[in-house]
Design a protein around this ligand. Structure first.
Ligand code: EPZ
Length: 420
């Protein structure tokens, strides 16, 4: 079995550059189905979620591969209207292939994507949005059959600003005649990047990044070469690796504007931070102070994808912290693992009360989801002794060689094979 072995106690220092964002590249791969020519995404992250999405595109009839450091997609061969079950279940975010498949083929069949460790992950908002565009949706035998032959521009009002549902409707509307308006749209930076990508192909999308997105259908999109935005969650994770070890350094290539909530929380914990458009510099105190309260919420609120990592910091901070996880219903699976390292955390529903302890001790722990896995590695960086993190494949879904990035900052960490 493959694990990450971390020797705690080293103060991290130095500079590290982040790559392109998983949560920008994945919807762009889906949107590539809409292109009338080849699409090339440069510097895309070498992570398993991207590989799985490429495999799905190939199974739908497209050419899709990583060549010479870029992803090359030729969607001209798209013929299959049914998402392959095995892979769709493996990659929950494949549900936003529905929109572009309907945009191109006017027909799509998917099975209900499974939930995952962080929650049920329903798709009611996706289906509500597509129905507003005139898509006929029949759900039978666990399959969702979408008929888009009568699609038209429409008005969507989301009860909750879902990232994936906003992206799905944007992509379904791009080649659909008429104007589509999405109210209470998600405002994550990755959605603004998707708008830039679609418009670079000749689409007409406005307002992404605000609560209201307007899409005017066009007849055709051309191919494009594009570089997605930097990964703000990987950047936040690396900043917190510096912080939890009392370190000092900079994360390069990221826009501080995309991490304002995380930066504010790290300042509250005693870190000195300098912000700019393409780097964030951080100098941490020898011991962090607890933040009083943290609530996760849709952007520009505190990102749920940084909750587990920030909890790791709270476990060794001076004082007690309260964390409310408002986005996903089961995103505390890392708590019992922190407990094995000596953390003092009480969970009640969506609330966790973390009482900082002077130090954690190394242990064998298990990642149950992508960001929880990264959080356990952060805890290992400051724990006394050795920590072994199982479930590396989950971390590899969203981090291209996390151990390499941390080692470059001075961490003692390695990927090793051990007896299971
Ligand atoms: C995206 O997931 C991200 N994934 C997630 O990142 C991220 O945590 C999430 O947005 C929130 O920021 C990608 O972009 C590939 P949502 P998504 O739809 O689109 C509920 C990571 O670690 N909901 O905004 O699935 C849902 O159950 C991953 O990189 C409905 O109720 O997020 C959840 O409670 C994890 N009905 C909440 O909304 C729906 O139809 C947020 O979901 C859709 C969602």
């Amino acid at each position: 079995m493959r694990i990450l072995r971390v020797e705690g106690g080293r103060r991290l220092c130095g500079q590290i550059r982040v790559g392109c964002a998983k949560n920008a590249v994945l919807p762009m791969l889906a949107a590539s189905l809409l292109a009338g020519g080849p699409v090339r995404l440069s510097d895309a992250p070498d992570i398993s979620d991207v590989e799985h999405m490429l495999e799905i595109l190939r199974m739908l009839g497209c050419c899709a591969a990583r060549e010479e450091g870029e992803l090359r997609i030729d969607p001209s061969g798209l013929k299959e209207e049914a998402l392959p079950d095995r892979l769709a279940k493996k990659l929950r975010s494949s549900i936003f292939l529905l929109g572009p498949m309907l945009g191109r083929l006017r027909r799509a069949v998917v099975t209900y994507p499974g939930g995952c460790d962080i929650g049920l992950r329903p798709i009611d908002l996706h289906l509500q949005g597509l129905r507003a565009l005139g898509v006929r949706i029949d759900e039978r035998n666990g399959q969702i059959v979408c008929d888009g032959r009568a699609m038209h521009g429409g008005t969507v009002h989301f009860d909750y600003p879902s990232v994936g549902a906003t992206e799905n409707v944007m992509m379904a509307a791009v080649l659909t005649p008429g104007r589509t308006v999405v109210h209470n749209a998600a405002r994550e930076p990755e959605i603004l990047d998707l708008q830039r990508f679609i418009n670079a192909m000749g689409g007409n999308v406005q307002g992404a990044g605000t609560h209201t997105v307007v899409i005017d259908g066009v007849r055709r999109l051309q191919g494009v070469q594009y570089r997605a935005m930097p990964d703000r969650i990987v950047a936040g994770t690396l900043l917190e690796a510096l912080a939890i070890t009392g370190g000092e350094g900079a994360v390069l290539g990221v826009d501080a504007q995309d991490l304002t909530a995380v930066i504010a929380k790290l300042r509250e914990m005693g870190c000195r931070i300098q912000e700019s458009q393409d780097r964030i510099d951080l100098c941490a105190p020898s011991r962090l102070k607890a933040f009083a309260h943290l609530q996760t919420s849709p952007h520009p609120g505190f990102p749920t994808d940084m909750q587990a990592q920030t909890m790791a910091l709270a476990t060794v901070a001076e004082g007690s912290s309260v964390i409310m996880e408002n986005v996903f219903e089961n995103r505390f699976t890392h708590v019992p693992e922190f407990g094995r390292m000596g953390a003092d955390i009480l969970v009640s529903g969506r609330m966790a009360v973390v009482r900082g302890v002077p130090a954690l001790h190394g242990a064998r722990v298990t990642a149950h989801d992508l960001r929880g896995g990264a959080a356990l590695v952060l805890a290992g960086l400051c724990a006394r002794g050795e920590t072994e993190v199982e479930g590396v494949a989950l971390i590899d879904r969203g981090y291209a060689c996390l151990e390499g990035q941390l080692a470059a900052l001075g961490a003692s960490i390695a990927r090793v094979d051990v007896e299971s």
